[in-house]
Design a protein around this ligand. Structure first.
Ligand SMILES: Cc1cc2nc3c(=O)[nH]c(=O)nc-3n(C[C@H](O)[C@H](O)[C@H](O)COP(=O)(O)OP(=O)(O)OC[C@H]3O[C@@H](n4cnc5c(N)ncnc54)[C@H](O)[C@@H]3O)c2cc1C
Length: 388
């Protein structure tokens, strides 16, 4: 919780060591990422050296065991990192790093063979190999059961045919953790996961233009008769749906944490702006309408924080937290868009024309109610938990 004097008092699930990590991450983000955010957004790409640098600092393997080069920490460590990444000023940079550590490499850790962990997880922790998670297809987004990409057994392994789209890190990734159909019948049954090296013949990718996340490479990927070795299968054959479900909780929690981090920065900025911007001879903050608007923004932030930390506590304790995680994701993504919109309003023309990264935050945060499962799908899941 943020105290009036700006100090943080560790509140569970955070402990002193998490707050020490927070200070270390914040310093790294403010010194080594934030100063480059504008340039990387213009270039529509942040350099791969960011991964290598974070690997050197031990930030890509916070929750992974020492034997693969990780820091031997816990989920809460990574939660701190993802919350603080919001301070880098580019949703795209946070998304690229988040996809690597939060959604693409966890399945290798949880379901990979020893050999797969050595070949794919360890170099990813060092920042030498970049990973992407490839589930979504042109005709299968919310409806994962509609996946059409097929992996057919051959004498030497598998052959992959199909297409993926909207894949974060898709242009730069060294490998994809990819879902494909291994049984012809539709539905949730018969999906399997594979680790696919991106330099294999038959893999081609194309960057997609988008509203926000400009520094992130989001790709469309074609898979034309890609021959995979037998050991490319990740986890059990036909059990891919369970792997997808296992991964979703952490992805959604990380998105909620990222939204909280972003809302916190926006509230800090708008308070400063309202105090320093004179209108009609008085600072903006002298107007009750402005103060009330900011109070509402802070309330959205703190409500989101409460929901998300509650879900994080349950998740970190190994408790089933599907409803709590889903509610946190649903609430925070929309709240963050509202907070960014209110912030832009208070900044006025300066906000619309780019001051303090407010318009970028609004564009970047708009992905939240779509990515990682849309608002509508979140409501379906919460509804099911109520027996609806
Ligand atoms: C920038 C970006 C990065 C992404 N990164 C990745 C990634 O790294 N890996 C990956 O695999 N995917 C990624 N995605 C894909 C993302 O997860 C999907 O966009 C998302 O799941 C929604 O799927 P869709 O876009 O196909 O929308 P659709 O499923 O086509 O949905 C369209 C609309 O219909 C609504 N809808 C769908 N089903 C229902 C229903 N049953 N009831 C009511 N409404 C419904 C949706 O809520 C939505 O509003 C990314 C997407 C974007 C835009």
């Amino acid at each position: 919780m943020l105290e009036g004097n700006g100090e943080r008092r560790p509140v569970p699930p955070f402990e002193d060591r998490h707050e020490q990590l927070r200070a270390r991450v914040r310093e790294f983000v403010e010194r080594e990422l934030a100063p480059h955010a504008d340039a990387w957004e213009r270039e529509r790409f942040f350099p791969n050296s960011v991964f290598r640098r974070m690997g050197e600092l031990g930030l890509l393997g916070l929750k992974y065991p020492h034997e693969y080069g990780g820091a031997g920490g816990d989920w809460v460590d990574e939660a701190v990192l993802c919350e603080e990444l919001a301070r880098c000023g580019s949703g795209g940079v946070a998304a690229g790093i988040g996809a690597h550590i939060g959604i693409a490499t966890p399945p290798v850790w949880k379901f990979g063979s020893e050999e797969q962990k050595r070949r794919y997880l360890a170099p990813a922790i060092r920042g030498e190999k970049i990973a992407a998670l490839a589930i979504t297809e042109p005709d299968a987004g919310s409806d994962v059961a509609a996946i059409r990409t097929t992996a057919t057994r051959t004498q030497s392994g598998w052959v992959l045919r199909g297409a993926k789209t909207y894949i974060t890190n898709g242009v730069r990734a060294d490998y994809f953790v990819l879902a494909a159909r291994t049984r012809p019948e539709g539905g949730h049954q018969g999906l399997s996961f594979f680790i696919v090296d991106s330099d294999l013949p038959g893999v081609s990718r194309r960057p997609l233009a988008k509203l926000g996340w400009h520094a992130s490479d989001t790709a469309e990927i074609a898979l034309d008769d890609v021959e995979l070795p037998a050991d490319a299968l990740l986890g059990e054959e036909h059990r891919g749906f369970y792997l997808i479900m296992a991964n979703f909780q952490w992805e959604r929690l990380l998105m909620a944490l990222g939204a909280i981090g972003s809302m916190r920065v926006l509230v800090e900025r708008v308070v400063e702006r309202a105090k320093s911007r004179p209108v009609g001879g008085r600072p903006l903050v002298a107007r009750q309408a402005i103060r009330h608007r900011i109070a509402e923004m802070a309330t959205l932030l703190h409500a989101g924080e409460a929901l998300t930390y509650h879900a994080l506590r349950l998740f970190a304790a190994g408790t089933d937290a599907v409803r709590e995680v889903t509610e946190a994701k649903l609430f925070t993504q929309r709240a963050a868009v509202r907070v960014a919109d209110a912030c832009l309003q208070i900044y006025g023309g300066a906000g619309y024309t780019g001051a303090d990264g407010i318009e970028r935050a609004l564009r970047d945060l708009r992905l939240g109610p779509i990515g990682g499962g849309t608002d509508e799908i979140m409501r379906e899941i919460v509804g099911r938990s109520l027996g609806l």
